[in-house]
Design a protein. Structure first.
Lengths: 339, 530
């Protein structure tokens, strides 16, 4: 079975379109981030989250009313959401502060929420989970998350520069940085809270988005040896085409599991799974359109120059992966096939 | 042939070992199968987010330890100066690392220096105008004291948690002065916090005067007499000055909680709950001397800065004592636990608190298992449809990968968390990619007209380094993830990294052996189902 058989797409021709498309998404993401800010999870923003499980189904509105009436200072800063599956009868209450800001015990705000609900006649409930984060924790965590991401990128660059030529390392890191920005943009569009799990997904994605890129680069390196007479432009195009099937399949299997997590993994993993889904899709896109194109930019190989030096190369090389016509192959192409 | 036989034996052995360590104990505990104790102990541990429990991050206020040191040293200097009859107008502690002596007459300067040399070891002395001397704690000593305070706090909390009977608690240091405490299965966070955070400082001091209803009535000439201090009694709620009585006591304690050998709950003469304590040899000797010298006077039993009771000393007491007051049974139990584990060297400041109820954890396990099953089904379905019989090969390799992953995690004592389950699910989707790359290469080789065996060899051989590269890149990010995260995120990074490592083994070694097995049992020239 084949998804793609002997394709001859000229991917590099579309690199400018791809670049414009990516920048539009990234700039739109930056615009949303600047105008609406990054929604931060409680680990980063600090504050109090109380998850309550009710004996009987209780609407968000009932909880809201109880808090508006009984929570000290009113419920205007309080967020109330249904939590997880409706069968759980759970409601999440989030307050942007903890007791620590007012110099009281850390759990003061939690106690206030619980007693406001008890007074509010919302039926019997129990507190099934809490998360209270003091104001100092978030800042520390933010800088740790930032450095972990940056160092992870640097580490991958260093490894690829060691294993490939430097230009490939640059290509892979540009593609990964691209994936990072696109994923952040989508997180901003869909207003997912920046949580520890999301950061974990982003870091995982930086590792895995290089996978497809490495596969393509390996093929470019292999073809560079056998297609000496062809330009870099053609070698890249041929390589991307030859590996297109596996690029799509490997991403597809990863995507299947990420989707399983998104739909069945429960409330806690929602942001994580969303980030992985976006990361896998953009990782595939960038491997094909961004990573290889960056290498060609870096090497400065233009198709016109290649055509001048090796006439006929463009016409001949896309046929290289076609094994059915061995008689028409020149020697270099036969070698490219066999390796 | 012999070659294949050994490879198969290796694979089966690996499967038995990892399956036995990882999968069997889980099945055994679920279906009540027999399994030896050591195997049960090895069972994959669940993280706090799945099992439920309390996760606390606290800062140790190490300034307290410095303040204590500065207080003690300034008191020593005061005693030394009094002994040598050196006069001064004032002795203050302007900050936690400094104390200052003012108004030493020039004539006594030499005597002062001599006295000061006694306390100089840890402090730098700098003279000022009008006979003023400032003593500043040496920075390296301050650093050492802070470190010791954190280590001591950690050990104290550890003892208290162990006495509470929490199974598999974890306590670790984060950064310079933070502690992370994880208490699986604990739901009463307030009790846990009260027991961990209680200073637990027991002091026995001789009462000079009291009890009195106001502080002022204890002053001599409008001042607290030198070497004395005023301590409030425990009756009445804190801040309720009307009902609080005060005691003037000696500043230096006769004995402290450090001299305790044991503390246990008991009953007093009126059958009220009380805490009995026993002193160690050193403490007993000191206590004997002090009580022997002060028969007829009152002894204040001070807990965390409040006088619990002040019984009259009837005779010399050496080792045993009792703390009475209006305690409940539970308070007495907690108090004796706290006293047994020793005093905290510094106050604790809670920074973060997370509780996960058992129902929330169970729910996470349910959705995690569901996502794993759906993910597995999708991958198996896809591989079988797309790669036919070779897909079976990849599926077997994938299942092996998962068995080895669970076995490895159980063996090294890694903890399965909810993000860890996500890592488990992703391992399926990403692990199978290695086989996809190999199969695609084999297809390509076959289409180029190469023989089946040559194509297999080329497929596995050519893709090997690509796989190494992709796995190393992913491991790099998993490494930084491990470094960055705590608890659940670490669980994720560990799952991911182990999954990557075992995947390299299964997707290459296991998968290739299965192909070879197939080749060895088929006629020449038959097409490969791929």
């Amino acid at each position: 079975m084949h998804i793609f058989k002997d394709t001859t797409f000229n991917f590099l021709r579309w690199r400018w379109h791809a670049l414009v498309l990516s920048w539009v998404v990234i700039l739109a993401g930056i615009f949303v981030l600047v105008t609406k800010g990054i929604p931060k999870g409680v680990e980063f923003a600090g504050g109090t989250v109380v998850i309550t499980e009710f004996d009987r189904p209780t609407s968000v509105q009932q909880v809201r009313t109880a808090l508006d009436r009984n929570f000290p200072g009113g419920g205007s800063t309080v967020i109330v959401q249904a939590y997880g599956d409706p069968a759980l009868k759970s409601v999440m209450v989030r307050v942007p502060t903890s007791g620590a800001e007012t110099g009281q015990s850390l759990s003061k705000t939690k106690d206030d929420v619980v007693s406001a609900l008890q007074k509010g006649n919302v039926g019997a409930f129990k507190v099934s989970g809490t998360e209270i984060v003091g104001p100092t924790v978030g800042a520390e965590l933010t800088s740790k998350a930032f450095w972990a991401t940056v160092l992870s990128l640097v580490g991958i660059l260093a490894y690829l520069a060691f294993r490939f030529q430097f230009s490939f390392g640059v290509g892979a890191v540009v593609a990964t940085a691209h994936d990072l920005l696109i994923t952040l943009a989508f997180l901003a569009f869909f207003r997912y809270d920046m949580s520890l799990n999301v950061i974990a997904a982003i870091l995982t994605m930086t590792g895995f988005s290089t996978n497809d890129t490495i596969v393509i680069f390996d093929r470019i390196r292999e073809n560079l040896r056998s297609m000496r007479r062809d330009s870099m432009y053609d070698v890249i195009n041929v390589s991307v085409n030859q590996t297109l099937g596996r690029t799509v399949i490997t991403s597809g299997t990863a995507l299947l599991t990420a989707l399983a997590l998104f739909f069945f993994g429960g409330e806690v993993l929602h942001g994580f799974a969303f980030t992985m889904v976006v990361g896998i899709i953009t990782g595939t896109y960038s491997s094909v359109f961004i990573a290889a194109a960056t290498v060609s930019f870096w090497r400065g190989s233009a198709p016109a120059r290649a055509a001048a030096h090796a006439p006929g190369a463009i016409a001949a090389s896309p046929q290289a992966p076609t094994p059915q016509q061995p008689t028409r192959k020149n020697k270099a192409q036969r070698k490219a096939r066999a390796s | 042939m012999a070659n294949i036989r050994w490879k198969l034996i290796t694979i089966v052995l690996v499967l038995i070992v990892f399956g036995g360590v990882g999968v069997y104990p889980i099945a055994a505990s679920r279906y009540h199968l027999p399994s030896p104790r050591w195997l049960q102990d090895m069972q994959l541990k669940l993280g706090l987010d799945l099992k439920g429990g309390v996760h606390l991050v606290m800062r140790v206020e190490t300034d307290d330890a410095l303040r204590l040191e500065t207080d003690q040293e300034s008191e020593r200097l005061r005693e030394e100066l009094t002994k040598r009859t050196v006069t001064f107008t004032n002795l203050t502690t302007p900050s936690v690392t400094q104390f200052r002596v003012e108004g030493v007459p020039p004539a006594q300067d030499a005597a002062f220096r001599q006295a000061a040399n006694e306390v100089q070891a840890n402090y730098d002395r700098s003279p000022g105008a009008n006979g003023t001397y400032t003593f500043t704690l040496k920075p390296n000593i301050a650093l050492q004291l802070r470190d010791e305070a954190v280590v001591q706090a950690r050990e104290t909390i550890e003892r208290r948690i162990n006495e509470l009977g929490v199974t598999e608690p974890s306590i670790s240091q984060q950064g310079t002065d933070q502690l992370l405490v994880q208490l699986p299965g604990v739901t009463d966070v307030d009790k846990a916090k009260a027991i961990m955070g209680s200073p637990g400082l027991l002091e026995l001091k001789i009462v000079e005067q009291g009890p009195a209803s106001t502080k002022e009535s204890l002053l001599v000439g409008g001042q607290v007499p030198s070497g004395m201090e005023i301590v409030p009694g425990s009756s009445g709620t804190p801040g309720d000055t009307a009902n609080t009585s005060y005691y003037l006591v000696r500043r230096v304690a006769a004995v402290t909680g450090r001299d305790l050998r044991n503390a246990r709950s008991s009953l007093d003469e009126n059958n009220q709950p009380a805490v009995s304590f026993t002193l160690n040899n050193e403490g007993g000797r000191k206590f004997g001397n002090v009580t022997g010298d002060n028969v007829g006077r009152q002894l204040a039993i001070i807990l965390d800065g409040r006088v619990q009771s002040a019984p009259r000393i009837d005779s010399r007491i050496s080792t045993d004592g009792r703390i009475t007051g209006s305690f409940t049974n539970e308070e007495v139990q907690n108090l004796s636990l706290i006293l047994r584990s020793g005093a905290l060297p510094a106050k604790l400041d809670y920074l973060q608190e997370r509780t996960i109820g058992p129902s929330l954890g169970a729910d996470s396990i349910r959705s995690g298992v569901m996502a794993s099953l759906v993910g597995l089904l999708l991958i198996v379905g896809f591989m079988l449809i797309y790669y036919h019989l070779s897909g079976v090969n990849a599926v077997i390799a994938l299942l092996f990968n998962l068995v080895i992953l669970v076995g490895l995690m159980a063996y090294i004592g890694a903890v399965m968390t909810l993000p860890g389950i996500a890592g488990f699910v992703l391992t399926m989707g990403i692990g199978v990619d290695s086989n996809v790359l190999i199969f695609e290469r084999i297809k390509e080789e076959l289409e180029a007209g190469h023989g089946v065996r040559a194509s297999l060899n080329a497929g596995f051989g050519r893709v090997f380094w690509t796989l190494v590269d992709t796995h190393v890149a992913a491991l790099i990010s998993a490494g930084f993830l491990f470094n960055f995260g705590t608890g659940p995120i670490r669980g994720f990074a560990v799952t991911l990294a182990l999954g990557l490592a075992s995947n390299l083994f299964t997707s290459i070694f296991v998968s290739k052996t299965l192909f070879e097995l197939e080749l060895s049992s088929r006629r020449q020239g038959a097409a490969l189902s791929i």
